[in-house]
Design a protein. Structure first.
Length: 285
């Protein structure tokens, strides 16, 4: 999880926010709404570092601290814009709410009107890997049950030798709860039927090839009958999901563009003693 996503977690967020508010009060006093100069000084670094450390349960790395400070600068810019827009009601408790409301205002600038199948189809094509259905395969197997044989692995080896000598797989082995022929299933489906690791044993096994595999029930001589590659569902089947994902991406893009405009109009002053932290901040700010 990225540090910005982590900062949205409630426990981490409140820990960081406590230190941040303390530092901001020391840093800006009563002049929060005046000017566009944002000074990242040692008091602010200490406040964010302490809060982040409490949230993480350990001392943050330089990169994590820099990322948290970068997020705090973004929050400060959003907070100031919120104040300028009159979104506050004079209560310091609403700081977080002001930041959220201002972010929502930026997100609302996203062009979500007039969504069409053509736009959604283009989005689906650009993000096809996100929507691909899992590959599937079908198989036939001969089963050697643990509760029927002292050495089910040896029994399966004998079944495999019999098959390779020209015997038929159909009807071979012990009865299995789910039958001898298993239709097209995803790897997750196979894991649910046979137990963990079963599907992994079939990776690279070609159609018509036979292998011996262990399951939660015993051992199996398995022949892969058919493979179906991962495929992209028709837009009509996943339209709601694609529309939701596209809208979320557009809102995030609009919020990012708004923050970039705020940063361009602000003067950031780094009064940080640690050269490594200064360099890391310059990378992310």
């Amino acid at each position: 999880m990225g540090i910005r996503a982590l900062l949205r977690e409630p426990l981490v967020h409140f820990s960081v926010l406590g230190g941040l508010l303390f530092a901001v009060n020391l840093w800006l006093g009563d002049d929060l709404q005046e000017g566009s100069v944002v000074v990242v000084d040692q008091a602010w670094v200490a406040g964010v570092q302490a809060g982040l450390g409490r949230g993480l349960g350990r001392a943050p790395t330089t990169e994590e601290l820099a990322e948290a400070l970068s997020a705090a600068v973004d929050d400060e810019l959003l907070f100031r814009e919120g104040l300028a827009l009159g979104l506050d009601r004079g209560d310091p408790i609403v700081r977080r709410r002001l930041i959220q409301k201002t972010r929502f205002l930026h997100e609302d600038r996203a062009d979500l009107e007039g969504v069409s199948d053509e736009k959604l189809a283009a989005y689906l094509a650009d993000h096809s890997e996100r929507y691909l259905g899992a590959a599937r395969l079908s198989l036939t197997h001969a089963f050697a049950a643990t509760d029927r044989h002292d050495d089910p692995e040896a029994k399966a080896a004998g079944l495999l030798a019999e098959l390779r000598a020209g015997g038929a797989l159909e009807g071979l082995g012990d009865p299995f709860p789910h039958g001898q022929r298993i239709g097209l299933r995803t790897p997750a489906d196979l894991e649910a039927l046979f137990g963990q690791g079963f599907a992994a044993g079939l990776v690279g096994v070609g159609v018509g090839e036979t292998v011996s595999l262990r399951s939660s029930y015993g051992w199996h001589v398995v022949r892969v009958e058919e493979r179906e590659a991962a495929s992209l569902p028709p837009l009509a089947l996943i339209r709601a999901r694609v529309e939701r994902d596209r809208a979320e991406e557009l809102r995030e893009r609009a919020a990012k563009a708004g923050l970039e405009r705020l940063r361009e109009g602000a003067q950031l002053v780094l009064e940080v003693e640690d050269e490594g932290l200064r360099a890391a901040l310059q990378e992310v700010l």
